[in-house]
Design a protein around this ligand. Structure first.
Ligand code: G6P
Length: 473
C-alpha cells in the first residue's frame, strides 16, 4: 500500500527541557500541523522532521524516537553545529532575509551552505529509508529547497510535492545567492511546486528561465527529462476550530475580564513572531504618529502588542528586540497618564484560548508586515469575529492581501497612510464593518486548510498522471 510522507524542518511535536532538565513533548500550534494532522496519522503515513531540541545522549535520542514514532513521526536529529550553520545560518541568515527582500541582512558563507546541503542530505537518507517508489512525499519550506532533487535521484519513480511557505523573491534578489542554480534544481526535483500567490509563481518561473534557461508552457517547466507543474495554492486556516474556540466559555470569560480591565478603551491588536519581516517597529511608529495627529484618541485607544519570541540566537532578532523595547518605552513615556497606557506590550507565547479572547476583543487587527508569504494571523482574526464586528488593516505585502480585498489595505512603509487608515478603522460605522467582515469570513471559511491540503494533493496526483502521459508521448 502506498503511503504519504510529510517532510518539514520542524515536526508538529516540539521537544523541550523543563527546569529540571527533563524532556517534554508539546504540540506545535502552527496551522500546518492542524491541516496535515488528518493525513500523517492515517494508515502507515509519517511526518519526518527535527524535534526542535539538541539532544546530547543516544539514550535521549532513543527515548524521543520511541515516543515520536508511536505517533507517526520520524525525527531527524541535528547536532549543535548543524543548528548553528544549517538552521540559524543558511536557512535564517541567508535564505530568510533574501526571500523577504532584506538583502542587507543576508550573509553568504560557503561553510553554512555546505551544512545546509549536508543536513538536506541527512533528511534525504531518513526519507529514503522509509519511502518506496509508489509513495507520495510532500516537502515543505525554505529549509529544504534541495531535498526534492536529492530524493528524485534516490527514488526516480516517487511522487514528490514541494510547497514554499515564504515569498519567492523577484529575480534581482534571488540571483544574489551564489548557490542559486543548485537551489532551483533542488526544487525542480518535485512533480508539483506550490506557492501562496501567483506573484511568487511568476518570480520562480522567471528565475528558472533566466538562470537555467528552461522553457515553460501551460504552467509546466520543462527540465529536459521531466515536466514540473508550478501553481499557486493560498494556504488557509482551520476555520471551524478558530470559530469554535471563539464561541467557547473560556474565550468569552477571558474577553470579559480583559474588557473590564481596559475600561472602555478601543483596542488595536498586533500579534507576531519577533521578526524584522513583520514590520513591528514601523507599526509602532505609525501608532505614535496616530497619537500625535489625533489627540482625540488619547485615553481612548490601546495597542495590545503580543510578540512571540523567535530565533533569538540570530543577531538581527536580538537587535530588533532592543529596538522594540526602546520604542515602546519612548511612546508610553511620552503619552501615558496615571490610568492610561497607550501600548500594552507582551513578549511571550500565548495559549490559543487567550489569543481567541484577544481576537474577540479587538476593534482593529493591525497586520502590517514588510513582507509575509501569507500571514495567518489575519485569517485567525476573521474566523474569531463571531459578531462580525472589527476591522482588519492589512499590508499589501502579505500574501493574504491578494485574497482579503475587503480589508483596509495599506503600504506598511507609508507611516502617514497607516496612521490615517487606523484612524478610519477606529471610526468605521458598524454596518460597514459587518459588510466587510461577511465577505472576508465567506472567503476564509471556504478556502480553509482542509481545502488547501485537498487541492494540493489532487494536483500532485494529477501532475504524476500528466508526467506519465508526457513520457509515453
Ligand atoms: C515561518 C516559516 C516556517 C517556520 C516558522 C517558525 O512560518 O515559514 O517554516 O517553521 O516560521 O520559525 P522557526 O524558525 O521557529 O521554525
Amino acid at each position: 500500500m502506498s503511503r504519504t510522507i510529510i517532510v518539514s524542518n520542524r515536526l508538529p511535536t516540539k521537544v523541550s527541557r523543563n527546569a529540571e532538565g527533563e524532556l517534554q513533548f508539546s504540540p506545535s500550534e502552527g496551522g500546518l500541523a492542524t491541516g496535515l494532522g488528518s493525513i500523517y496519522r492515517r494508515g502507515e503515513n509519517v511526518w519526518v522532521g527535527w524535534p526542535g531540541q539538541y539532544l546530547d545522549t543516544p539514550e535521549d535520542e532513543q527515548r524521543v524516537t520511541e515516543q515520536l514514532t508511536a505517533d507517526h513521526m520520524q525525527p531527524v536529529f541535528l547536532t549543535e553545529q548543524e543548528i548553528k550553520d544549517f538552521y540559524e545560518g543558511f536557512s535564517n541568515e541567508t535564505l530568510w532575509p533574501t526571500f523577504h527582500y532584506f538583502a542587507q541582512y543576508a550573509q553568504f558563507e560557503p561553510h553554512t551552505w555546505e551544512a545546509y546541503e549536508a543536513v538536506n542530505r541527512k533528511f534525504c537518507e531518513v526519507v529514503a529509508a522509509l519511502a518506496g517508489p509508489e509513495d507520495t512525499i510532500w516537502v515543505h519550506d525554505y529549509q529544504l529547497l534541495p531535498l526534492p532533487g536529492m530524493l528524485r535521484e534516490r527514488l526516480p519513480e516517487a511522487t514528490i510535492g514541494f510547497f514554499l511557505h515564504i515569498p519567492f523573491p523577484s529575480y534581482e534578489l534571488f540571483r544574489a545567492v551564489p548557490w542559486r542554480e543548485q537551489l532551483l534544481r533542488g526544487m525542480l526535483g518535485a512533480d508539483l511546486i506550490g506557492f501562496h500567490t501567483y506573484g511568487y509563481v511568476r518570480h520562480f518561473l522567471s528565475a528558472t528561465e533566466r538562470l537555467l534557461n528552461l522553457s515553460r508552457r501551460d504552467g509546466l517547466v520543462e527540465t529536459g527529462s521531466r515536466a514540473v507543474l508550478v501553481d499557486a495554492f493560498p494556504m488557509g486556516i482551520d476555520y471551524d476550530k478558530y470559530a469554535e474556540i471563539a464561541a467557547s466559555e473560556e474565550a468569552r470569560r477571558l474577553e470579559h475580564e480583559y474588557r473590564e480591565a481596559l475600561q472602555g478603551q478601543q483596542v488595536v491588536l498586533s500579534i507576531d513572531r519577533l521578526d524584522y519581516t513583520k514590520g513591528i517597529a514601523q507599526r509602532l511608529r505609525a501608532f505614535e504618529l496616530l497619537l500625535k495627529r489625533y489627540p482625540d484618541l488619547h485615553n481612548r485607544v490601546t495597542l495590545l502588542m503580543l510578540v512571540v519570541p523567535s530565533r533569538d540566537q540570530v543577531a538581527q532578532y536580538q537587535a530588533l528586540k532592543e529596538e522594540i523595547d526602546e520604542l515602546v518605552g519612548r511612546i508610553n513615556g511620552q503619552y501615558r497618564t496615571i490610568n492610561w497606557s497607550p501600548i500594552q506590550y507582551f513578549y511571550r507565547s500565548y495559549p490559543i484560548e487567550e489569543l481567541s479572547a484577544l481576537y474577540r476583543l479587538a476593534d482593529v487587527a493591525l497586520v502590517t508586515p514588510m513582507r509575509d508569504g501569507m500571514n495567518l494571523v489575519a485569517k485567525e482574526f476573521i474566523a474569531s469575529k463571531l459578531d462580525q464586528r472589527g476591522v482588519l488593516v492589512l499590508s499589501e505585502r502579505a500574501g493574504a492581501a491578494r485574497e482579503l480585498s475587503d480589508a483596509l489595505i495599506i503600504n506598511p512603509t507609508d507611516t502617514e497612510q497607516v496612521a490615517d487608515t487606523l484612524y478610519q478603522a477606529l471610526a468605521m460605522p458598524e454596518d460597514e464593518q459587518q459588510q466587510r467582515m461577511q465577505g472576508l469570513q465567506a472567503l476564509v471559511k471556504r478556502y480553509n486548510i482542509h481545502a488547501w491540503v485537498e487541492l494540493f494533493m489532487d494536483r500532485l496526483a494529477y501532475s504524476k498522471i500528466k508526467q506519465g502521459a508526457l513520457n509515453t508521448d
